[in-house]
Design a protein around this ligand. Structure first.
Ligand code: ADP
Ligand code: MG
Length: 212
């Protein structure tokens, strides 16, 4: 079977050259199945096991669409834990290094508020965070989602396991209805369908089966 190459995608040249530098030549199966849909602007439910490259699968869709000269929060990525949010932010920054002046901010619980408020005052293009802390910043008026056109729910199954559904509901309610929503998960329990039905619009569903 021939491997799908990143260069066959309509990605901006800065992203293609960074992928080449990083040695990412071919897409992983979840990337090959989801990126063409994401780049078309479709909502997406994507399921594949841990370590299958889900971060780049959404990050490339996000970075391809981002307008650097509009210094507003255009993308919100929700993750279950600070550790995962930090990993996502690191990967997004790595993939974004060819696009100058992109600001990625992490906002997670267990961290002091003051520096986060200061960072929000400076602004960001992409916010990556945990649901509880993001909701607190929204409630306090430190953060607005009015310019968000892409919403990513990463590790959605774990966020539900951790009891974040009420926070997710409250956050999604504040996001513009005109947006692209991408949901990534390692497993696909029925609860995923329930939130997908509320948060996503006419989504494409892609699954990469486990091979043993
Ligand atoms: P997941 O979110 O599915 O658990 P990650 O996004 O964390 O997986 O990716 C796992 C690892 O694979 C990361 O170290 C990432 O840099 C690497 N990776 C992702 N996509 C590719 C690719 N197309 N080619 C080579 N390495 C990749
Ligand atoms: Mg992941």
């Amino acid at each position: 079977m021939t491997q799908a190459l990143f260069k066959t995608l309509a990605l901006r040249p800065e992203l293609l050259s960074t992928l080449k530098e990083l040695g990412y030549g071919s897409m992983t199966p979840i990337q090959a199945q989801s990126l063409p849909e994401t780049l078309q602007g479709r909502d997406l439910i994507a399921q594949a096991k841990t370590g299958s490259g889900k971060t780049a699968a959404f990050a490339l869709g996000v970075l391809n669409k981002l307008q650097v000269d509009r210094f507003r929060v255009q993308t919100l990525v929700l993750c279950p834990t600070r550790e995962l949010a930090d990993q996502v932010a690191t990967e997004v920054r790595k993939l974004a290094r060819g696009i100058h002046n992109i600001k990625v901010l992490t906002l997670c619980g267990g961290q002091p508020f003051g520096p986060q408020i200061g960072s929000l005052e400076h602004g960001a293009h992409i916010v990556v965070g945990t649901p509880g802390r993001i909701l607190e910043h929204l409630t306090k008026g430190n953060l607005t989602l009015k310019d968000v056109h892409q919403l990513v729910l990463d590790e959605a199954d774990r966020m539900l396991d951790m009891g974040f559904q009420p926070a997710l509901d409250a956050i999604v309610e504040q996001a513009p209805t005109q947006r692209q929503t991408l949901l990534f998960s390692a497993t696909y329990p029925p609860e995923i369908d329930a939130i997908a039905a509320r948060y996503l619009s006419n989504p494409v569903s892609v699954t990469v089966a486990e091979t043993h």
